[in-house]
Design a protein around this ligand. Sequence first.
Ligand SMILES: NC(=O)c1ccc[n+]([C@@H]2O[C@H](COP(=O)([O-])OP(=O)(O)OC[C@H]3O[C@@H](n4cnc5c(N)ncnc54)[C@H](OP(=O)(O)O)[C@@H]3O)[C@@H](O)[C@H]2O)c1
Length: 269
Amino acid sequence: MKIQQNISIIGSGKMGDTIISGLLRAGVASASQIIAADPSSKRLDYIKERHGVRTTINNREAVDAGDIIIFCVKPQNAENVFTSVSDRVRNGNIVISIMAGVTISRMQSWLPDGSSVIRVMPNTPTQVNAGMSALARGSHVSESQLKVSETLFAAVGRTIVLDEKHFDAVTGLSASGPAFIYIIIEALADGGVKSGLPRDVAIQLAAQMTLGAATMVLETGKHPAILKDDVTTPAGCTTDGILALEEGGVRVTLIKAVTEAAKRACELG
Ligand SMILES: NC(=O)c1ccc[n+]([C@@H]2O[C@H](COP(=O)([O-])OP(=O)(O)OC[C@H]3O[C@@H](n4cnc5c(N)ncnc54)[C@H](OP(=O)(O)O)[C@@H]3O)[C@@H](O)[C@H]2O)c1
């Protein structure tokens, strides 16, 4: 579904670029509806060349041009960026932040009273329309504003509306998670190579298998442990592999990866 509103991206780094890619690829907005801002003119040249959207070095100009303003800067820059544009935020604008750790109440304190603020935690697979985005709504957000924001992120993957108290955990799991999974895919492919597969074949097998396993969890609704049991024939090969995984402490390691990333998200705020 195409939305009618104009979208401003404030901060055109990795995630700004990812969101623009995803929105255009999904057809939820056209290039003429999007304006991207960044301090680096070199970066803006790249964004313009890649996506054909309008660009500006001036955040205030970008805010003026947008109905939906998506802040994609680092949490460390949040206060400075918000306060420098807050007088340009108009009644009816939807202010979306994807910044880790920066709470809705802090953002509201930098914006005019009654501003509609939605916090979203997306991830990089948004770029290929396979993102996972959690949304939390501020107190001044109307149903229709929440709906249009969900439409925006649903076009580039799955969405879930959650209470803001869960956002550090979401950051540690689904926002940082792709990095954990890339390492797992790389390591699985290394195992394939060690067992004699060519590298490109091993990577393809590992990636498609990961996609398939994730799709099984989502589409069957079965608990992962039951799906794991389905693969594990008595005295077969998989149990030997599982033994090696457990000896390596894979569960504890992954649990710690998520909780450490969540802890850092909390510190950044
Ligand atoms: N990376 C992820 O997977 C991910 C996932 C979910 C959420 N997030 C959140 O997304 C946000 C951006 O992350 P990222 O990975 O995209 O970082 P990034 O690549 O560093 O992008 C941030 C961009 O903002 C620019 N910027 C700096 N100061 C600015 C200002 N005053 N006005 C406008 N733009 C400014 C930066 O330019 P310079 O480089 O020239 O300073 C950079 O291009 C973070 O808050 C992060 O918590 C990231």
